[in-house]
Design a protein. Sequence first.
Length: 511
Amino acid sequence: MRSRSIGSVVCAVCGSQTVRAATFCPRCGGLLVPADDGAPRPRDERRRRWLPAGGTLLLVALLVSVAAAGMPPDRSGHDGLAAADPRDPVTVDAATASSDPATSPPATATSDPATSPAATATSDPATSPPATATLPATCVVGTETACARLVLRGGPHVAAIRVGFGAIVVDEHLTARRVRVDRDEATVWWSTSLRSAADRGRDGRGPVALTRSGDLAFVGTRTALHTLEVEEGNHRWSVALQQAAGADDPWTAWQVDDAVLASAGSTLVALDPHDGSLRWARSVAAATVAGLSAGAAVLAPGRLDVVGPDERAPVWQLEVPEGVDQVAGGDLRPVSGPLVLTGSRSLVVDVAGQRVLADLGHRAVATSLANGHAVAVVWEDDGEDAVMLGWEPSGEQHLRQPGPPVPCCGVTLRPLYDGRVLLLAHADPGEVVGWIVDPTDGRILEWLRRPQDVAWRPVTVARGVAVWRDGRAHVGTDAATGLPVWRAPDDAAVLLDGPVLLATRDGLVRP
């Protein structure tokens, strides 16, 4: 909510009043709202009015569930589910593109999954547990009541992406499955093995990158890139790709027009989307690569190169000031709006228009978001008051409002998978530690309260639930109240944040 410049404002969390035009309470960080007549309302009434949409009903349901069964309900939801010469030689094995490099000649490429024994797509109901499958030992708060649902047995599962009302998940043997994850059951739509000669012997020994562009999903390892059709699970092609000696990054890929771009370590390549054959490659040693909806951003000391899908030479170059050495927010999906460059200094860049939208200086934090927007919190040079700024995907600045009451520059901006942004600031247990903001209009949609005995930064935040680290274990809580909902064992890993999916020793579970 935007603040008013006159009159009293009341904090919805602690009840403090102030005449300063603000959006966040300077005492506790809660949302400030205009007082009707200068007199404070009863605290319970303020809470009811300014809880996020549906917050009161959800809180009542949570308390009733605790009293009746000793366990709060499942709140996770199922939403959506230094620059190098571009001509430098690189080590890319362009001759080995095939559906199964183990059985195909090195120079051939085929997209016929029927001929590849290593790439079979099947309906796999046997791997789908019954609707009543639960894991009492995996996720318990105070009692032996189970609060997790088994989605897939086996594993370990190493990567996942949201698709429709579920996800595509990949295990250590490079078997990909698409699962539908409802509150009451989990269903496997298809299962495809992607094991290739390039990946043999890598079980559990290397990272896997899983991305999606349109109707294609890309599974990258340190030595190969595999392509799947999202809807049916059909395997299109696999290509063996080499990196510089000692590099251990998985290949990350995205589609741009009629090409697939992929990067790992010090190499950026463009591949044919139909058979995986190499079109071009360039060295990106000592540089950071970020995916763009129109190509790739290559950030090296003092320079930004914007590369298109058609050739390795940059289509646009920008000199960047000292201290700019990171790309913010580009790890969720290719950036489709303003590109944010950060470090000890921050820039907002319009790649399509080939211009700098804002030089935010040294007293700012900024990031690009999954919906193409960009946001920043900037502190004025002559004081500690912060301003929150926002840019639309077109590059137009559409948002300017008072920011959180945090001294420079103690805010972390974390892009969420659904396009919202989480503002985090250090807080004691029981206090508000963050605000979830709609970047289109600056409204505070939810606040995040830190539970007891956890690290102050959450692992992830989904709709209504936050996941924290308690020592080595994971704890899921109601985001607004901080009340515990579930607890996972110390060997669990969060693979997905909407819905929340955990990889455990028993398999893939949904708390």
